[in-house]
Design a binder for this molecule. Structure first.
Ligand code: FES
Length: 139
C-alpha cells in the first residue's frame, strides 16, 4: 500500500512533500510530482520551490509544530492527491489529504489548511497571517 501524502519539516529548511503532489503555480499551471522541496523561509528565487537560500540567509527554525493544524476536508480520502496552491503573496493552501511531520515526530493530518511560506509565522509550519503585516512578496 502506498503511504499517504507527507510533508516533513526540515529544520531551518524547506517542507519536503512526498506522495501524490500537485503544485499549483501562481499562474495556474499545475505540476504533478511525487516529491517536492517547498520554500518556507520566503527567500527562494524559485518559489514555491526551495533553491537553498535558507542556508545562505540563515533561516532560524527548529522543525517543530508551533501552532495551527490541518482541518478535515470534504470528499478526500487516502490515496487522493494533495494540491498545494500559492496564495498571492501568502501561504501555500492545502486541498487534499496530507500529514505534516515535525522533527520530533509530532504530526498534523487533515485535508485543508495554510502553510507558511514567508518564514515569519509564529505558528510555523502553518500561516498565522503575519505575511500581511510584513509585506511578503512571493514574486
Ligand atoms: S505565509 Fe507566512 S504567515 Fe502567512
Amino acid at each position: 500500500m502506498r503511504p499517504g501524502n507527507q510533508a516533513k519539516i526540515d529544520p531551518g529548511g524547506p517542507l519536503c512533500v512526498t506522495g501524490a503532489v500537485r503544485v499549483e503555480m501562481p499562474g495556474g499551471e499545475v505540476r504533478e510530482m511525487s516529491e517536492a522541496a517547498l520554500c518556507r523561509c520566503g527567500r527562494s528565487q524559485d518559489k514555491p520551490f526551495c533553491d537553498g537560500s535558507h542556508a545562505v540567509e540563515g533561516f532560524a527554525d527548529d522543525g517543530l509544530i508551533h501552532g495551527g493544524r490541518l482541518a478535515p476536508g470534504e470528499d478526500s480520502g487516502e490515496g487522493d492527491p494533495v494540491t498545494l496552491s500559492c496564495a498571492a503573496n501568502g501561504p501555500l493552501l492545502v486541498r487534499g489529504p496530507l500529514t505534516v511531520v515535525a522533527e520530533d515526530g509530532r504530526t498534523s493530518s487533515g485535508a485543508k489548511g495554510a502553510l507558511c511560506r514567508c518564514g515569519s509565522s509564529a505558528t510555523k509550519p502553518f500561516c498565522d497571517g503575519t505575511h500581511r503585516r510584513t509585506g511578503f512578496e512571493a514574486a
